[in-house]
Design a protein around this ligand. Structure first.
Ligand code: 8YV
Length: 315
């Protein structure tokens, strides 16, 4: 039998390669497969040493309260908004993320959404498939090059989006807690002034209490009517009813969304709109990046059980 501290609790499914690797080394308990998770935790929680979860799922404090020996939460992702970091700190539970592994992919998808919204790629695809090209001319789209891009959140992902925007000769504006004098972009002191300067408004800030619903009606009204809103961060950052109203009223021209407030549920209003491009939270979902993320999660769990410093610890 393995030692009590060699048990891993998996909160939600992760990719098979990681599951197999964890299974090969530890006793892995899949909480999401337990018919009565609460009773299972009461009976078995004491043996758990490591928690593995996804960025979008996190782990509740109620679950952690049943894991007296847990020493690490290894997140498959970079978002920590679904983990109470203060609670983890008080309990001396380390938190690790897959920082760096997914930056380029998320920035790529932000640009993919920007280009597909502006250049109407999904509409063009349908137009060809439905044979409409034989009868009519395709609609005109919106130019991307040399336009103004407003990036809300200048962390690693925001910076990677800005570098891509520079390749399109865009005027780059951003806001964050503070200006970074080293950045060759235009700083805006708040989200509203950023919105006023954005043809394309990109949400790249972290989720969590501080950013909850911050992109709201006021922001949509500050944006020009031709603006497109792209969100590759968290659904919680945008007030979704306000976004739906802004799209319906013509306050903005369209949106490209990879994330939603109640995933995997997507409001019917978005599904009915032709000027919204929808993705199922896949910004980091490439073979290469997901493999890197798996390796990082495994390295941290392995370091924890073998009493080595955790290589990707943030808390
Ligand atoms: C992942 C994410 O899609 O990094 C994050 O916080 O939300 C994404 O990279 C997710 O963690 C895996 O499902």
């Amino acid at each position: 039998m393995s030692q009590p501290a060699q048990h891993v609790l998996l909160i939600a499914p992760v990719m098979d390669a990681l599951l197999q690797r964890l299974d090969a080394h530890y006793t892995v308990h899949r909480l999401y497969q337990q018919p009565d998770a609460a009773s299972w935790l009461v009976e078995n929680g004491a043996q758990i040493g490591a928690v593995v979860t996804r960025g979008d799922v996190g782990v509740t404090t109620a679950v952690l309260e049943n894991l007296p020996q847990a020493g690490v939460i290894a997140i498959f992702g970079v978002g920590t908004d679904a983990v109470d970091l203060d609670y983890a700190r008080r309990r001396n539970i380390a938190v690790t993320i897959t920082a760096g592994a997914l930056t380029d992919d998320v920035a790529d998808l932000a640009f993919g959404l920007l280009l597909s919204s502006a250049r109407k790629l999904c509409q063009g695809d349908r137009f060809v498939r439905e044979g409409r090209w034989l009868q009519e001319n395709p609609a005109l789209a919106t130019q991307v090059s040399r336009k103004r891009i407003g990036i809300f959140g200048m962390g690693n992902i925001g910076r990677a989006i800005a570098r891509r925007a520079a390749g399109f000769d865009m005027e780059i504006y951003y806001t964050d807690r503070q200006a970074d004098a080293a950045l060759p972009y235009r700083w805006c002191e708040d989200v509203l002034s950023l919105a006023k300067n954005s043809d394309f408004f990109i949400v790249a800030v972290s989720g969590g209490k501080e950013s909850l619903g911050i992109v709201n009606r006021q922001v949509f009204q500050a944006l020009p009517n031709h603006a497109l809103v792209i969100n590759i961060a968290r659904g919680s950052i945008i007030n979704e009813p306000d976004l739906i109203a802004a799209l319906q009223n013509g306050d903005i021209a369209g949106a490209g969304l990879d994330v939603f407030s109640q995933e995997p549920k997507v409001p019917a209003e978005f599904i009915a709109m032709d000027n919204v491009v929808l993705q199922p939270h896949v910004a980091s979902a490439t073979h290469e990046t997901r493999q890197r993320m798996s390796n990082i999660v495994f390295e941290n769990v392995d370091a924890y059980f073998n009493h080595r410093p955790l290589p990707h610890r943030i808390n």
